[in-house]
Design a protein around this ligand. Structure first.
Ligand code: MG
Length: 290
């Protein structure tokens, strides 16, 4: 069981007792964007390219001519909650492709993690590189098809532009910021690129927030991090100025739970973000640029 986020536990002010509205960091995939289909398409094409030694144009053609996406989709969707970075998606493709069809249904998050942890670092590096190069290729050469796999969650969509206008709200993702900007633009949302932060490989999201807290006068307050991937929230638990909240929609679907971290449903989220839609908290002073 996960700890239900009651109105007291999810409402700012946060645990160190500030009276002003906390800064808000939103994860992108699984909180703002449902990109599971895009990750399936990109990782499968990248895996075909890598495993068959084909360039992306040919791998894309092979993918289009096969029913591989349809066959793999249920397994990919089921194991998606355990993926965090680009390399994980290719690990998932490798694992599924190497598992005989009748046994694929038995693949679990635990088996996935065990398989990934046994992969040598140079293989993980190759998976990461092929995934991001594959994503660049699809985004630039088959942009409309690629973009179809990225969809805003309905309870976020109508509020995104208001959130984008509030300097207290940032996006913090392991996805490359350029892709996030491209997706938001395709949705018609103008989100300042300076407020899209990337936690690259090996960098904890809590570390990014810690740096913002340390170097930016505007962000030297409390933070709330809403994320669907528990390890990102667990990493932040030891920092007194960050409160993590687990988003209960998208990929997790209740499969990951942690009793010490409050959870938030999409209905609660709509109420939660309401104070952020009005613009920056005027009790805080934001330094003008320059
Ligand atoms: Mg996520």
């Amino acid at each position: 069981m996960y700890k239900k986020a009651d109105s007291h536990s999810i409402n700012p002010p946060n645990k160190i007792g500030a009276t002003s509205l906390a800064n808000l960091a939103l994860d992108f995939d699984g909180v703002i964007c449902n990109s599971v289909e895009e990750c399936l398409r990109t990782s499968l094409m990248s895996w075909i390219s890598l495993s068959k030694d084909l360039d992306f144009a040919h791998a894309f053609q092979v993918l289009g001519d096969s029913d591989a996406s349809a066959r793999l989709r249920p397994h990919f969707y089921r194991l998606r909650p355990w993926c965090s970075t680009g390399s994980d998606f290719v690990v998932l493709q490798a694992l599924v492709s190497q598992t005989p069809d009748p046994e694929r249904q038995e693949l679990s998050g635990r088996k996935f993690a065990k398989y990934r942890d046994a992969c040598p670092p140079d293989r993980i590096k190759a998976y990461r590189e092929v995934f991001y190069r594959g994503r660049e290729f699809l985004c630039s050469s088959h942009g409309a098809w690629w973009m179809e796999g990225n969809n805003p969650y309905p309870w976020v969509e109508g509020n995104l532009q208001s959130l984008a206008s509030n300097p207290q709200v940032i996006i913090l993702s392991t996805k490359k910021a350029g892709f996030i900007s491209a997706i938001l633009r395709a949705w018609g949302v103008e989100w300042p690129s300076g407020r899209i932060y990337e936690a690259g490989p090996g960098v904890a999201k809590s570390h990014v927030l810690q740096e913002l807290y340390r170097v930016s006068r505007n962000y030297r307050g409390n933070w709330i991090l809403i994320d669907d991937f528990l390890p990102h929230l667990q990493e932040a638990q030891h920092l007194p100025f960050i409160r993590g909240i687990h988003a209960q929609w998208g990929y997790t679907l209740g499969v990951q739970t942690e009793p010490t971290i409050p959870a938030i449903s999409h209905q609660e989220f709509i109420k939660f973000i309401d104070p952020y839609l009005a613009g920056p908290d005027l009790t805080r002073r934001h330094t003008p640029p320059g």
